[in-house]
Design a protein around this ligand. Structure first.
Ligand code: OAD
Length: 244
């Protein structure tokens, strides 16, 4: 199977990739829906909705501070690095990630679309301005906007919460990449959250060969061309090393 996938990638004109929390699992960052995952231990309604933030911004920020600290201690793994390497070899390559952890950036990926935002970005709830803040844990919760204007708004994490739309321009580019891909890799996602999971269906319907890398079965496993039951940090380096 590896050689068949390798051949697909080698002959592809355009490759798009969708990653989820599973690619960062081997960096020590918990996923959402696996055993020990975040949504097994926390209620999304209390922590990851605009209503939760309006009700108790400090509580929401405490949770994000905890996640930022966890992520700050983590390093990109061989799976992240393999995708950064693949990008260098394929002229038309797009990496679409649902992850907010920034590990793809740290591994060197450049053609990257973050459809669920970025945990290291803060966005003012009053004026909408954004800034990067890489401190693992923010001292004052909720942090205030630092635009220097009169808004004095609370800043929120620059991520997409339940009930919110995806950033329109980034989503449009993601749909375009999925629709144009000859090969679409789906890595480490339960493919249960929409609209993100819809990219798999869009790619398939547009003629891409879809390859899944995931140790567990997902709702898209049965429709894809290949499903490779392996952890991303093991599988992806094999794929890239053999695509040289
Ligand atoms: P999930 O937690 O739903 O799914 C993680 C997937 O990774 C599962 O299918 C696992 O089998 C797989 N997995 C676990 N370890 C792996 C490994 N080492 N290598 C490869 N795969 C592995 O996470 P997502 O699909 O990313 O949304 O969740 C989608 C969205 O739901 C997230 O972006 C987040 C969450 O609510 C927002 O924050 C908006």
């Amino acid at each position: 199977m590896i050689s068949a996938i390798r051949d697909l990638i080698r002959t592809a004109r355009s490759v798009a990739v969708l990653t989820g929390a599973g690619i960062s699992a081997e960096s020590g960052i918990p996923t959402f829906r696996d055993a020990g995952g975040l949504w097994r231990n926390f209620r999304a309604e209390d922590l990851a909705t605009p209503q939760a933030f309006a009700r108790d911004p400090k509580l929401v920020w405490e949770w994000y501070n905890w996640r930022r600290s966890l992520i700050a201690q983590a390093e990109p793994n061989a799976g992240h690095y393999a995708l950064a390497e693949l990008e260098k070899r394929i002229p038309d390559f797009t990496l679409i990630t649902q992850n907010v952890d920034g590990l793809h950036d740290r591994a060197g990926s450049m053609r990257l679309l973050k459809i669920h935002g970025d945990i290291w970005t803060l966005r003012c709830t009053a004026c909408g301005c954004e800034r990067r803040d890489l401190r693992p844990s923010l001292p004052q919760l909720p942090p205030l906007c630092e635009c220097g204007g009169p808004c004095q708004g609370f800043a929120r994490p620059g991520v997409v919460w339940f009930g919110e739309g995806l950033p329109p321009a980034i989503w449009a580019k993601s749909e375009e990449a999925a629709a144009n891909a000859d090969v679409f890799l789906v890595i480490g996602t339960s493919a249960m959250v929409y609209p993100a999971a819809g990219l798999v269906h869009l790619a398939q319907a547009s003629g891409a060969k879809v390859v899944e890398v995931n140790p567990a079965e997902t709702p898209v496993s049965r429709m894809v061309a290949f499903t490779w039951r392996a952890p991303a940090a093991e599988a992806l380096p094999l794929l890239v090393n053999q695509t040289e």
